[in-house]
Design a protein around this ligand. Structure first.
Ligand code: GRF
Length: 186
């Protein structure tokens, strides 16, 4: 039984998509647990509906090494729209076992404060011809860990942050579970 933790601060569509994907692969017998830092996050409702344990964490708890005891044995930590920087004790304890997804082609349009529509707005304002997703290992700096996979989409004439977000979400939902499957099968 492999154990995967998903950290999410927002809607949680990636979290739900990942869990659905592996529910269709029961032979992989994975156990999921969700953590969120936002008591209003949509991911809480999704977890309830999916009957997946979901815990609300605060900054002091997350930044204290004793959190390691709270999370126990873990095969993979997945950041799926989680806005806090991962503290050093966690990146060291789980080196190359924490992955993140970013809604742009890093290193461009990454770093602190670059998330959600801010990213898509900047891509469109800069008249980029393409955008995409970046799935990478997490280190002590925002969005700077070793790259695992990037997938691209066109930025077309008249693209809006909403339409680009839609294309990006489609790429995220297509690729994130596949990357996770490959990593846990290693
Ligand atoms: C995704 O766009 C992801 O790239 C970014 O946060 C968003 C999370 O979306 N890190 P959701 O909460 O999974 O719907």
């Amino acid at each position: 039984m492999k154990r995967i933790l998903i950290f999410a601060s927002g809607s949680g569509s990636n979290a739900e998509n990942i869990i659905d994907f592996f529910w269709r692969r029961p032979a992989m017998s994975l156990q999921f647990e969700i953590f969120t830092n936002n008591k209003n996050a949509g991911v809480i409702d999704r977890a309830r509906r999916l009957q997946i344990p979901c815990a609300l964490i605060d900054k002091d708890q997350f930044n204290d090494e004793s959190f390691l005891k709270a999370i126990g044995e873990v095969d993979l930590i997945v950041l799926a729209g989680f806005l806090w920087l991962v503290p050093d004790y966690l990146t060291k304890a789980f080196a190359n076992k924490i992955i993140n997804i970013h809604p742009a082609l890093l290193p461009a349009y990454g770093g602190k404060g670059m998330y959600g529509d801010r990213v898509h707005k900047a891509v469109i304002e800069n008249k980029e011809e393409q955008s995409g997703i970046s799935i990478h290992y997490v280190n002590e700096k925002y969005d700077e860990g070793e790259m695992i996979l990037q997938a691209h989409c066109k930025v077309e004439e008249g693209e809006t942050p909403e339409s680009l977000a839609g294309k990006i979400h489609k790429l995220e939902h297509a690729y994130f579970p596949i990357v996770i499957e490959q990593l846990i099968e290693e």
